[in-house]
Design a protein around this ligand. Structure first.
Ligand SMILES: [Zn+2]
Ligand SMILES: [Zn+2]
Length: 150
């Protein structure tokens, strides 16, 4: 697990450099908090985590840093997560399921979804940066709760 984080931090350094971005302690702290969290944290959750070691950081800085990470492709905003927005630093191919009741965003991976083709007429119209498959429904836990209530 430790080496996975280290590997991602190295990759992050490379990404910053190739985008002409300074590697600041704040950026590293925000990125680290993001990739160490496994449940698609909100900016607020990342802020709480980073503040433990960096008491001077503000939520505003965290928000701005997250936007920077998105811009250089080191993170992305989870589709359909609404408010508060949730972020993901897991760049390996995966898809999301979101529970409409508890709001949990759960990763899953189904290989055929990794290579969705962009229709030709769209490719001419837009520059596609990222493609994703996103499912919405009721998670097992919420479905279970319902049965108890009924
Ligand atoms: Zn649920
Ligand atoms: Zn994810």
């Amino acid at each position: 697990m430790e080496s996975r984080v280290e590997e991602k931090l190295n990759e992050f350094h490379r990404r910053c450099k190739s985008n002409g971005l300074k590697i600041t302690p704040q950026r590293i702290a925000v990125y680290k908090a993001l990739i160490e969290s496994f449940d698609h944290p909100t900016a607020e959750e990342i802020f709480k985590q980073v503040r433990k070691e960096m008491s001077t950081i503000s939520l505003d800085t965290v928000n701005r840093t997250l936007q920077t990470l998105i811009r250089i492709g080191a993170a992305f905003q989870v589709e359909g997560s609404g408010q508060p927005r949730r972020y993901d630093g897991g760049l390996e191919e995966h898809q999301h399921f979101r529970c409409i009741q508890c709001g949990a965003v759960i990763d899953f991976h189904y290989e055929p979804f990794d290579n969705i083709l962009v229709p030709e007429h769209l490719a001419g119209q837009f520059t596609i940066l990222r493609k994703s498959v996103y499912f919405e429904g009721i998670c097992n836990q919420c479905a279970g709760h319902k049965q108890i209530i009924n």
